[in-house]
Design a protein around this ligand. Sequence first.
Ligand code: NAD
Ligand code: DAU
Length: 351
Amino acid sequence: MKKTILITGGAGFIGSHLVRLFVNKYPNYKIVNLDKLTYAGNLENILDIENKKNYEFVKGDIVDSVFINELFLKYKFDGVIHLAAESHVDRSIANPMEFINTNILGTVNLLNAFRKICEKNISEKRFYHISTDEVYGSLGEEGLFTELTSYDPRSPYSASKASSDHLVRAYFHTYKIPIVISNCSNNYGGNQFPEKLIPLAINNIKNNKSIPIYGKGENVRDWLFVEDHTKAIDLIFHKGKNGETYNIGGNNEWKNIDLIYLLCKIMDKKLNRENGYSAKLITFVKDRAGHDLRYAIDSSKLQNELNWEPSLQFEEGLEKTVEWNLNNQKWINNVVSGDYEKYYEKQYKKR
Ligand code: NAD
Ligand code: DAU
C-alpha cells in the first residue's frame, strides 16, 4: 500500500537507523525525513540511502509551527514517527530551555498539524511518539518498569519527555486522533553521538584519555541494540493498537562500571593491547545531579502481543559497536571537532 510517512529526527542516532530500515523495507512508502540538523543530527549517518527514489530530506525545526503546518498540508502524511528531540540528560541539566522548547512545544506543534490533516481518512492515519523509560523515574534494586508504572521524571530531559507523552495521550482522548507511544531503554550501536556513555568511552579508550565514570559507577541501565529498537518501532507502527503504550527493553541490565570493564576488555583485544591496559583509564568523577539509580524495563506486553524480542547478546552488540567506531574514524573526527570540544571541556573539566 502506498503511504507517505514523516520521520522526525531521522538524521540522529536512532532516527537514522529507522529511516534506513523503512526506506529499504518499504519501497512503496515515501519516507520524508524532517530534521533541524542540530549538533546531534548528521546527514552522513544516512549517505547510503540519500539517493533512493522513496526518500526525501527536509531541513526544518519542529518548534516552528508555521513551517510545520505548511509541511503537513503539503504532504498530508499517512503516518508520523516522531523521534526529533534533545536527548542528552547532561545537556538538559546545563540548559533545560532547549529541552522544553523542542521536546514539549515541538511535539505539540506536530500534534496540532497532524490533527488538522486527520479530518480526512482518519482511520488510515497514525501518530507514533517515541519516548524513553526515563519518564518512570528511578528504580531501587528490585522491580521493573511496566506500562502501568506511574510517571516520576527527575531530570529536565525526562520531565520534558514525560510532558510530551502526556500531551500525546491527551490529544488521543480529547481529539480522538490515532496515536501510539513506546518507551524504550538505553540504546547503543553505530552512529551514536560520542557524548553518550558507550561511544564516549570507546573514543577515549582509543585515544588513551581517561574514562569518566559518574559517582561510583553503580548506576544500572538496561541496554538494547539500536536495530532491535527500530525493529520494535516497525512492529508497533504497523500492528500496535491506537491509544496504547508499549515498553521496549533489552532485558539486559548492567552496572556502569561492569559495562566499562567489559568494554575495556573488548578494546584491549581489538587494539592489541595487553589485557587490563584500558581499564587503567577509568576515572571516577563527580556524580550527575539527580542521577537515577536504576532503569529496567518489562517488555512482556510487546513480546506477548506483537511477538518482538531482542536479537543480540550484549557482548556481540558491544563488539559490533566498537568495530563501527573503530572503522568510522572520519565520522568521529567530524563530530568531535569545534562545538564538541567546548562541550567536553565544560562538562568534564569541572568534575
Ligand atoms: P539524537 O540526539 O541522536 O538525535 C535527535 C535528532 O533530532 C537529531 O538528528 C537532531 O538534529 C534532531 N532534532 C533536534 N531538535 C530538533 C528540532 N527542533 N527540529 C527538528 N529536528 C530536531 O537522539 P536519539 O538518541 O536518536 O533519540 C531519538 C529519540 O528517541 C528521542 O526522542 C529520544 O528521547 C528517544 N529515545 C532515545 C533513547 C536512547 O538511548 N538514545 C532511548 C529511548 C528513547
Ligand atoms: O534510558 C533511555 C535514555 O538513555 C534515553 O532516553 C536518553 O536519550 C539517552 O541519552 C540515555 O540516557 P542516559 O542518561 O542513561 O545515558 P548516558 O549515556 O548519558 O549515560 C548512561 C549512564 O552512564 C548513566 O548512568 C550516566 C553514566 N555516565 C554517562 C556519561 C556520559 C557516566 O558515568 N559517565 C559519562 O561520561
